[in-house]
Ligand binder design. Structure first.
Ligand code: ADP
Ligand code: ADP
Length: 218
């Protein structure tokens, strides 16, 4: 039980900047960045059964089933590094996940404190995803909008960057559709809960960060 833990949920379509912002604000607020996409990719590179199962959905741009995803998040949040809370990136992504998350937090004595909802027009999302370069540790760059100092190399640890399998144009379009069908109902869910903070995601990265942090400290 920890009454003082803080939980922030990043909401927005694929490519809105959730991962980019989650990493920065988690560091700023001393919280853990929990990305379900990164956890699935980590499982895949470790060749676990969960990784293989997840990849069969991820490569098609479909969501991994709720029960598997919720169990993975529950395990992650039970680790000691999450004691002060977490910045959730890519979870919850369905109403069933949002309800399960509320129930889980209630059990551990927490609640969703803030939901930055980053809005970006579809056209921009496609440009962002097709130029996205990522590191194995989940750091995110963009070929034009947020380039590393040396092409294809992580500024921080010198490891190679790569393009995600599901950032191919045909998968990207389907992922955006899946977002509108399955994830966008969460906008109303968190609006009703009074935790939604809508932010214009077409602003520069540091402006978006400033608005989120202003909300977190308000
Ligand atoms: P998400 O996690 O929502 O899918 P990312 O944080 O991975 O989004 O960002 C998608 C792409 O857009 C990345 O290549 C990232 O560098 C770039 N990006 C993120 N925020 C901005 C921004 N405010 N302006 C321009 N490009 C951005
Ligand atoms: P993005 O940052 O572009 O939104 P993510 O890295 O969050 O992408 O997710 C990549 C893929 O991993 C999703 O398309 C989906 O297949 C799977 N995934 C990630 N999070 C979830 C989740 N909460 N529920 C179901 N599937 C998920």
């Amino acid at each position: 039980m920890n009454e003082k833990a803080t939980y922030i949920v990043m909401l927005g379509p694929p490519g809105a900047g959730k991962g980019t912002q989650a990493k920065i604000i988690a560091e700023e607020l001393g919280l853990v960045h929990v990305s379900t996409g990164d956890l699935f990719r980590e499982n895949l590179s470790n060749e676990t059964e969960l990784g293989r199962l997840a990849a069969s959905f991820m490569n098609k741009g479909e969501l991994v089933p709720d029960d598997v995803t919720i169990a993975m998040v529950e395990e992650r949040l039970s680790r000691p590094d999450c004691e002060k809370g977490a910045v959730m990136d890519g979870f919850p992504r369905t109403p069933a996940q949002a309800e399960a998350f509320d129930a889980l937090l209630e059990k551990i004595g927490g609640k969703v404190d803030m939901v930055p909802f980053i809005t970006v027009p579809n056209q921009v999302l496609v440009e962002r995803l097709s130029g996205r370069w990522v590191s194995r540790s989940g750091r995110v760059y963009h070929a034009l909008y947020n380039p590393p100092i040396v092409k294809w190399v992580d500024d921080f640890d010198g490891t190679d960057l790569y393009q995600r399998e599901d950032d191919k144009p045909e998968t990207v379009v389907h992922r955006i559709e899946v977002y509108y069908e399955q994830t966008s109902p969460l906008i109303e869910y968190y609006q009703n809960a009074g935790t939604l903070l809508e932010i214009d995601g077409t602003q520069p990265i540091d402006r978006v960060t400033e608005e989120i942090l202003k909300g977190a400290k308000a």
